[in-house]
Design a binder for this molecule. Structure first.
Ligand code: PRP
Length: 220
């Protein structure tokens, strides 16, 4: 990580980008035009700041790029931050966007005879095996996790498992798949994440971006 290397900000793809746009604008970060072109295959983008580039990657990969110092800063939900629990990551600013929750859901038909406080073992499909195991271990429940990367909501109907652990925002995806939320694991929002070594070696520049994001998060 050299002192005059361009700083790289890793941003997640997907729905969160709509909420992130005003934060970027308030932080005075204007990506080059291709960033807004959904057909573009470009992955790295210049900004109005010669010392700052943006990369656009999958949400889980934001944490990995930043933890390994390939990107210096990033935006990630605390779901992703908690799942990896990388010691190299520091999350100084809650951007107050991307609000949702991580929850256990199961088919409607199962709910009336089920009591989450009596679970001793559960089998779930999830993108979050780390958080799920830790959360249930703390309650003395053994969680067996089947790792999926998306479309978890299909798993109960197709007999993969009875329950899922997934993000819930509007609740529409659960409802459309006859699932009901039965247990809450964590409230989620998006944070600015920073590579600790980058902050240590370039405190002025990295600190300046942290302050800009803090002000932008407060103003949005
Ligand atoms: C997330 C999540 C749920 C859905 C919840 O998926 O995994 O499937 O959003 O949102 P809702 O409560 O508003 O319906 P996303 O659309 O981000 O895609 P993914 O499955 O590829 O992660």
């Amino acid at each position: 990580m050299s002192a005059n290397e361009t700083l790289v900000l890793a941003l997640p793809k997907g729905r969160i980008l709509d909420e992130l746009e005003p934060v970027l604008a308030k932080a005075d970060i204007q990506p080059e035009a291709a960033f807004h072109d959904s057909r573009s295959r470009q992955l790295r983008f210049a900004t109005n700041h010669p010392g700052l580039d943006i990369i656009r990657v999958r949400s889980f990969d934001v944490a990995t790029f930043v933890a390994f110092g390939a990107a210096h800063l990033g935006v990630a939900g605390n779901d992703v931050i908690m799942e990896f629990d990388y010691p190299e990551l520091y999350a100084p600013v809650d951007l107050d966007i991307g609000h949702c929750r991580l929850a256990v859901a199961e088919p409607k038909a199962l709910v009336k005879d089920d009591d989450p406080s009596r679970w001793s073992h559960i089998r779930v499909a999830t993108k979050y095996p780390g958080i799920t195991r830790r959360h249930f271990a703390a309650r003395g429940v053994q969680a067996e996790c089947i790792k999926l990367n998306g479309a978890m909501e299909l798993a109960p109907k197709l007999g993969l498992c009875r329950r899922i652990v997934d993000l819930v925002s509007s609740g529409k995806t659960l409802a459309a798949n006859d699932l009901v939320e039965v247990d809450h694991i964590a409230d989620i929002s998006s944070r600015l994440i920073v590579n600790r070594a980058a902050f240590k070696t370039r405190p002025r520049e990295v600190g300046d971006w942290i302050e800009r994001f803090r002000e932008a998060g407060d103003a949005v």
